[in-house]
Write a protein that binds this ligand. Structure first.
Ligand code: FMN
Length: 300
């Protein structure tokens, strides 16, 4: 039975990854999860310099999901390279580093700094707000998506996976723009912009007013977008958004994802990722599937 999948030439032992920002760089989960069992660990976003993140409260629970406005708090690339990469290197799982920035130059600096590091894949988060270019989120402007992808591809030593924002009218336009810029793959989806009001305090639940909605509530949107993008581009897709069990993972793969990431589910159940690996294995056995690649995009 084959569970191996390939993303941009990088072979993963199985298609299950951790979604950026929900698994640290693995240390926090090390006592629950044997990281050797995961296809890849995707790190939290890292920028060229340390970011403090947004003021609190920056997390709110919602029905079937959560809102977060962490603001990409991170220690910066220097600390990350010294502290997190050596930890992750001890394991069999591949390492995908999530990169964030406020300008193209910021992203380029991080990607250049990672060039000589033992990192397998780069995931570029282009859903950061408050950027120089017109103050609109990078991921909502197709020309910009193509341009930043092109600039990063010129500098990157590892395959470049562009992480798309779902906060757009037509996801296929963004998927095609990333492909035109030379992206080796797509990660999708990031969180959907949402808001919650505490009616007793007559106040916003988050200091930032709005936050990113994740968890089971967004799964149908994510499956739809993965399906649409998979039919619009040739590059592989890493699907995510509300995956909490193996059935969800299989659904994303049947919609066209080559691999999947598990995010918010880790907070409710720290064993979610390894349970999903075992569940996929059992599903394959029960349904006589010898190669996981045979189900990718099987629903047209
Ligand atoms: C607390 C939290 C922090 C996140 N931080 C990042 C991040 O640093 N970079 C990024 O690209 N996505 C980040 N995300 C988005 C997730 O990686 C994922 O795309 C999204 O949550 C949808 O998947 P899920 O519903 O399984 O959580 C974050 C999500 C949450 C809930």
């Amino acid at each position: 039975m084959n569970m191996k999948v390939k993303i941009a030439g990088v072979e993963l032992n199985n298609p299950v990854m951790t979604a950026s920002g929900t698994f640290g760089s693995g240390q926090e989960y090390g006592e629950f999860v044997d990281l050797n069992q995961l296809g890849a660990v995707v790190t939290k976003g890292v920028a060229n310099i340390p970011w403090a993140g947004n003021p609190t409260p920056r997390i709110a629970e919602t029905k079937s999901g959560m809102l977060n406005a962490i603001g990409l708090q991170n220690p910066g690339i220097d600390v990350f390279v010294e502290r997190d990469i050596p930890y992750l290197q001890q394991y069999d799982s591949k390492i995908m580093v999530n990169v964030c920035g406020k300008t193209i130059e910021d992203y380029c600096e991080v990607v250049e700094r990672l060039a000589d590091q033992p990192v397998d894949l780069l995931e570029i988060n282009i859903s950061c707000p408050n950027v120089k270019e017109g103050g609109i989120a990078f991921g909502q402007d197709a020309k910009f998506v193509e341009k930043i992808t092109y600039e990063l591809k010129k500098r990157a030593k590892q395959p470049v996976i562009m992480k798309l924002s779902p906060n757009v009218t037509d996801i296929t336009v963004m998927a095609k723009a990333a492909e035109a810029g030379g992206a080796d793959g797509l990660s999708m989806i990031n969180t959907l912009t949402g808001m919650k009001i505490d009616i007793h305090k007559r106040a916003f639940a988050l200091a930032n007013k709005t936050g990113g909605l994740s968890g089971p509530a967004i799964k149908p949107v994510a499956v739809r977008m993965v399906y649409q993008a998979a039919n619009a581009v040739k590059i592989p897709i890493i699907g995510m958004g509300g995956i909490s069990n193996y059935e969800d993972a299989i659904e994303f793969m049947m919609a066209g994802a080559t691999a999947i990431s598990v995010g918010t589910a880790n907070f409710n159940n720290p064993y979610a990722t390894v349970e999903i690996v075992d569940g996929i294995k059992k599903f394959m056995k029960d349904n006589n599937i010898d190669d996981i690649n045979n189900i990718i995009g099987c629903v047209k």
